[in-house]
Design a protein around this ligand. Structure first.
Ligand SMILES: Nc1ncnc2c1ncn2[C@@H]1O[C@H](COP(=O)(O)OP(=O)(O)OP(=O)(O)O)[C@@H](O)[C@H]1O
Ligand SMILES: O=P(O)(O)OC[C@H]1O[C@H](OP(=O)(O)OP(=O)(O)O)[C@H](O)[C@@H]1O
Ligand SMILES: O=C(O)c1cccnc1
Ligand SMILES: [Mg+2]
Length: 545
């Protein structure tokens, strides 16, 4: 351990440490310790009450970070010094001595597998262990699950809207600070994006990094004379050739195909394209909307791409960043078709057309209803800031202490907690779709395939149904015990695949954007009786006067 603090585990976010918490966790810890309650055996559930984005599903993410945090939980000497400064001076030295030795080795953490589709009220994490430790974990665990799950869900929704089209996350500049930016890149990849422009995310998480160029690059060139080195060697070897001259010659021929005047085409833009192509001939994606997409950008791109082709290179495509993206993408495809035919270069027809500019889920859904030829989207602000809903409301509630159930009552029935230590099972129907999730007390036997189970609404007595599952899946698994992560963790790619698979088990009406059908999360009859008995026991009969 260094004097700066405990060594962080490989891949663990450096900001994630025990002091990344709310002050009240530490003052409660002291009060628990003073009251000699710190070792009471507690059980906490982490869950949310409402799906985000007006949807009916959520993707659970952040588990790996939670586990690394718990495994590594230890105050450094400088943490203790700081806590001493912020707590009152009467706090005993023994407490600090106690904190110095505190770890999460007596915690058991159960959780749903990362990348699983989850629903309101089901525990995503069940944390068991000494009250003081389980309490001290609250804020950090919530922080690690809330944004990760929100982001993965947001990305999965974009993925569903975009179908097989490519999706790239371009949001770092607009993200909620550096850590928000990194998390956004990581969890949008999990949710189904194909890559990110965020280089550090690429390095840290092994996510494909992709990019084009900015308008500033195009506007930095005013004319041909600004290109110092105009030459590029052919792919197969041989003497370098003047790429600018080649592009200018092609452009002179293209004007008749596209029916524009040479004087309407911007020379600075061609100079920028040619320069970029010389620098990166295998990665030529051109931003074509700086001046005029139809009269300049696309023609300069085609001229440069033809010049590259002449030397054996293959351009990648174009990016559109303004205007009517459906219309302009069709124009671009038509230009490519004309060039493909005129020069007999079949791949030209399939050059990539990327669209960006303030795109959100609705834009993609709207584009789906229009005629468009977009192959890929570059998405920033709406994705990474989760602009449609900026937070997921996971909470962390005590459900048992020293084997006695605990319940939190509320005027709002939705906010009443489901007491006791619970397991969660997913019951599947014949067609392979998930029918319902059921919460049970851990003391109950698990549902059995082919055997009828009574599933009850937790709060509405009349709402109940028999379900005969053709498959039963236990969702809460033990991940942390005896001070260690006790199951192998999937890598990011594995979690990404888990998201894709998990969404397949949901019927499409639950996943649709407009008025989706809610998925049912039920309780067993035993848990129903337990919950309502405890509710009544904790709600004294009032008197009207
Ligand atoms: N065909 C389309 N269907 C639905 N939305 C579209 C379509 N084309 C573009 N959009 C969206 O419409 C908005 C257009 O933005 P805005 O009004 O700022 O125009 P702009 O093209 O960026 O203009 P400017 O040339 O001034 O930059 C963007 O959010 C973009 O994603
Ligand atoms: O629109 P977003 O979804 O946030 O995606 C990323 C945007 O960031 C870039 O430019 P920037 O917006 O910085 O400048 P621009 O609008 O002038 O292109 C890019 O050109 C996109 O427009
Ligand atoms: O590479 C790009 O095209 C890019 C990267 C970040 C933001 N906008 C665009
Ligand atoms: Mg923009």
């Amino acid at each position: 351990m260094s004097s700066q603090g405990p060594e962080r585990k490989m891949g663990q976010n450096g900001i994630v440490q025990p002091l990344l918490t709310d002050l009240y966790q530490i003052t409660m810890a002291y009060a628990y310790w003073k009251a000699d309650k710190h070792d009471a055996r507690s059980v906490f559930d982490l869950f949310f009450r409402k799906n985000p984005f007006n949807g009916e599903f959520t993707i659970f993410a952040g588990l790996e970070e939670c586990l690394k945090f718990v495994e590594n939980f230890k105050y450094s000497e400088s943490d203790i010094e700081y806590i001493k400064q912020i707590l009152p001076s009467h706090v005993e030295d023994e407490f600090y001595q106690y904190l110095r030795c505190l770890t999460a080795k007596d915690i058991q953490l159960y959780a749903v597998k990362e990348g699983t589709v989850v629903f309101p009220r089901m525990p995503l994490l069940r944390v068991e262990g000494p009250l003081i430790v389980a309490q001290l974990l609250e804020t950090t665990l919530l922080n690690l699950v809330n944004f990760a799950s929100l982001m993965a869900t947001n990305a999965a929704r974009y993925r569903m809207a975009a179908g097989k089209l490519k999706l790239f996350e371009f949001g770092l500049r607009r993200a909620q600070g550096p850590d928000g930016g990194l998390s956004a890149s990581k969890y949008s990849y999990i949710g189904g994006f194909d890559g990110t422009s965020n280089v550090l995310a690429g390095k840290l998480f092994n996510i494909p990094v992709k990019g084009t160029h900015a308008h500033s690059y195009i506007t930095s060139f005013n004319g041909f004379n600004e290109i110092k080195n105009k030459e590029l060697a052919p792919v197969g070897g041989g003497p370098p050739q003047d790429l600018l001259e080649l592009a200018v010659n092609f452009r002179t021929k293209l004007v008749s195909i596209f029916n524009v005047l040479l004087s309407e085409i911007n020379d600075g833009e061609l100079a920028a394209f040619v320069s970029f192509a010389i620098a990166l001939p295998g990665n030529f994606m051109a931003l074509v909307d700086t001046y005029d997409v139809k009269k300049s950008g696309l023609i300069n791109f085609c001229a440069t791409a033809l010049a590259l082709h002449h030397l054996g290179y293959r351009a990648l495509g174009v990016r559109l960043d303004s205007g009517d993206l459906a219309y302009l993408s069709c124009v671009a495809r038509e230009y490519f078709r004309l060039v493909a035919e005129a020069y007999r270069i079949p791949y030209f027809f399939d050059l990539l057309i990327m669209a960006s500019n303030d795109i959100n889920e609705e834009t993609i859904l709207s584009l789906n209803e229009q005629l468009h030829c977009i192959d890929a989207f570059g998405i920033g602000t709406h994705l990474v800031t989760c602009q449609k809903q900026p937070a997921l409301g996971c909470v962390y509630k005590m459900v048992e202490l020293n084997e006695q159930p605990r319940i939190k009552l509320s005027q709002d029935v939705q906010k009443v907690t489901i007491p006791g230590k619970k397991d969660v099972y997913r019951l599947y129907g014949e067609a392979g779709y998930a029918l319902i999730d059921i919460l049970q007390r851990t003391s109950e036997t698990s549902p059995i395939e082919g055997r009828k189970v009574l599933c009850r609404h937790p709060f509405q007595e009349a709402k109940r149904a028999f379900v005969t599952p053709s498959k039963v899946e236990k969702l809460l698994l033990l991940w942390f015990s005896d001070g260690h992560i006790c199951q192998p963790l999937e890598n990011l790619q594995g979690v990404r695949e888990a998201v894709e698979e998990s969404l397949k088990i949901l019927r499409s009406d639950i996943k649709r954007t407009l008025n989706p059908t809610p998925y049912k999360v039920s309780v067993s009859d035993d848990l129903y009786q337990f919950l309502h008995t405890l509710w009544l026991a904790n709600a004294p009969i009032g008197e009207l006067c």
